[in-house]
Design a protein around this ligand. Structure first.
Ligand SMILES: N[C@@H](CCC(=O)N[C@@H](CS)C(=O)NCC(=O)O)C(=O)O
Length: 215
């Protein structure tokens, strides 16, 4: 059975949400090993580092011992072995569309938001373990991310799906990182009513429960 190496944090939770959307169940389809990343367990565990030298979470260990890292590519792997329900697009054009929105969001929102968090409120946890920018630069990155959240609010408009008129990975990554923000005291920027509605709508999905679980 596949082993999901997982922890607190938006990337493991993104993958766990994806697995739920695929109807895959812990215990039946995969087992899960939890790591305490606050205590740095992932970066001290020699067995884990041998499998993933970066020490990051999540990692999916396959039956043949192959270890996959990077949350989005892991989701694409899962999509290929469990094609239903389709979450990345059913045709080349659909897949390009889903990946376009996910890529835009990942680069324009996720990167400044997570770098901003690590340099400001997350500083005590991250400074000892990785290079972080100054608190001032972190605040600027947060503001840049908020400007891009507003941009996504505009792209979304009255719709609840950013691509294909149905729920896809592109929605999932936006939804997951909004929830990540909520867990660290961030709020949707003023005037992003479309995003507020988007979050409220998708909060009805079973995968949203991942954000209610203490880890
Ligand atoms: N690009 C990676 C990012 C992985 C990552 O940074 N994961 C965080 C948790 S959200 C982590 O491992 N943090 C603990 C640490 O870096 O020690 C992905 O998409 O999975």
């Amino acid at each position: 059975m596949m082993i999901l190496h997982s922890s607190l944090g938006p990337n493991p939770r993104l993958l766990r949400m994806f697995l739920i959307e695929k109807g895959l169940e812990e215990g039946r389809d995969f087992t899960r090993i939890h790591y305490d990343i606050i205590a740095g367990e992932n970066r001290r565990n020699a067995a884990y580092l041998a499998k993933n030298p970066l020490g990051t979470m999540p990692m999916l260990e396959l039956d043949d011992g192959t270890c996959l890292t990077e949350s989005w590519p892991i989701c694409e792997y899962v999509e290929e072995i469990h094609p239903d329900p389709n979450l990345f697009g059913a045709t080349p054009v659909e897949r390009a569309e889903v990946r376009k929105w996910a890529r835009l969001f990942d680069q324009e929102v996720v990167v400044p938001m997570t770098m901003g968090f690590r340099a400001t409120t997350g500083r005590p946890m991250f400074e000892p373990r990785m290079a972080v920018v100054s608190p001032e630069a972190g605040a600027e990155l947060f503001a840049m991310a908020d400007a891009k959240w507003r941009m996504f609010d505009g792209f979304l408009g009255a719709r609840d799906n950013i691509a294909l008129g149905r729920f896809t990975f592109a929605d999932l990554i936006i939804f997951a990182f909004a929830h990540f923000g909520f867990t660290v005291g961030w709020k949707l920027p003023e005037g992003t009513d479309n995003l507020a509605r988007f979050v409220a709508t998708h909060n009805q999905r079973p995968c949203a429960a991942v954000w209610q679980q203490a880890e």
